[in-house]
Write a new protein. Structure first.
Length: 95
């Protein structure tokens, strides 16, 4: 190892925003961090893990339903009701 080219190694003091203080080895004497293992949601158990299994299958089912609705024949009664509602709206606008 060459002499006088390596930085000094210290017992660094790490200070978290939550107030937790601990010591580690580092080339910097003091360090301030925003989050640590004492306040991180994963380590504290506050984070909720969503189960993503079956999400692709669910999407495929929804896509199939949408495709079936587009190709399904429209009942005459629905068409008649839609035309009647359109006529009501148009007649109200003319007044």
């Amino acid at each position: 190892m060459k002499k006088n080219i390596h930085p000094a190694y210290h017992d660094a003091k790490i200070i978290c925003a939550c107030g937790n203080v601990f010591e580690v080895g580092s080339t910097i004497k003091e360090m301030k961090v925003e989050i640590c293992s004492a306040c991180h949601p994963i380590y504290t158990g506050k984070k909720k893990v969503m189960s993503t299994t079956g999400r692709v299958d669910r999407f495929k089912k929804l896509a199939e339903k949408a495709a079936q609705k587009k190709t399904a024949p429209v009942k005459k009664e629905r068409v008649r009701k839609a035309k009647a509602e359109t006529k009501k709206v148009v007649s109200k606008k003319k007044k």
